[in-house]
Design a protein around this ligand. Sequence first.
Ligand SMILES: NC(=O)c1ccc[n+]([C@@H]2O[C@H](COP(=O)([O-])OP(=O)(O)OC[C@H]3O[C@@H](n4cnc5c(N)ncnc54)[C@H](OP(=O)(O)O)[C@@H]3O)[C@@H](O)[C@H]2O)c1
Length: 257
Amino acid sequence: MSTALITGASSGIGAVYARRLAARGHDLVIVARATDRLNTVAEELRAAHGVSIEVITADLTDTASLDPVLERLRSDPPVDILVNNAGAGLLGDFATANPDEMYKLLRLNVLVPTLLASAVIGGMVERGHGSIINIASVLALLPEYSPGIYAATKSYVLTLSQSLAAEVSSKGIYVQAVLPAATRTEIYDRAGGDISQVPNVMEVDELVDAALIGFDRKELVTIPPVPEVAAWEAFEHARFALAQGFSNAEPAARYRG
Ligand SMILES: NC(=O)c1ccc[n+]([C@@H]2O[C@H](COP(=O)([O-])OP(=O)(O)OC[C@H]3O[C@@H](n4cnc5c(N)ncnc54)[C@H](OP(=O)(O)O)[C@@H]3O)[C@@H](O)[C@H]2O)c1
């Protein structure tokens, strides 16, 4: 038996993770703001799979609400899988964005997954195992496609995942970044967008099932819609080829006067 804590489990991708991980026999801690929706998910999954489900109502952007979630990640029974999924979008461009809304988005999409990972990782290192799944976005790799700060928040999630994996994979901890493209959830409506205008939308069950195949294969980065893994491998190869040029004490010839 192991326990998974999933943020944003009241709808969309997080709710499907809750269903899939409960079906695999994991006990769950599910977190979001909408207590009624969390309770509905919890009752359904207790009845279907006989697993234990703790419900924590929390607005993760609020420090007082976040603290009990951080405390749960440090306590027993230990959390073996953290799914950093809660997140939101923000429509509009950077120049006209409301600073308060940007601050809130940065808290939810950047600060919260960082603090949650930080709270859980010490115990995972001590136990020598554990998994952290971070839900990023393909926009982490295509920021030109998305005005405003959303893509940058997801780029952070991808970079944090890569950096964490480099640090802790030798200690038995598995880190996965999942990069969904357009997926049919409430995120567009919530941000004031219109999903009917978005092409090639993936169904949320298919997205999570694909991400879990990547999880079982222990992929560091899973991009469900990309047809050929060779494309991702070529991208990584190019990145490391570029990085070979970082280790020079002198500027390149083209930058010398
Ligand atoms: N759908 C896509 O096309 C897409 C593509 C790429 C990446 N993603 C990422 O996927 C993740 C899940 O989003 P989704 O598409 O499943 O959207 P969603 O259906 O809107 O789900 C978002 C979840 O986050 C929770 N949440 C939002 N604000 C919160 C807060 N302040 N405190 C606690 N929980 C909060 C929501 O629950 P409550 O309202 O009950 O709090 C909900 O459970 C996000 O990180 C998103 O950036 C989505």
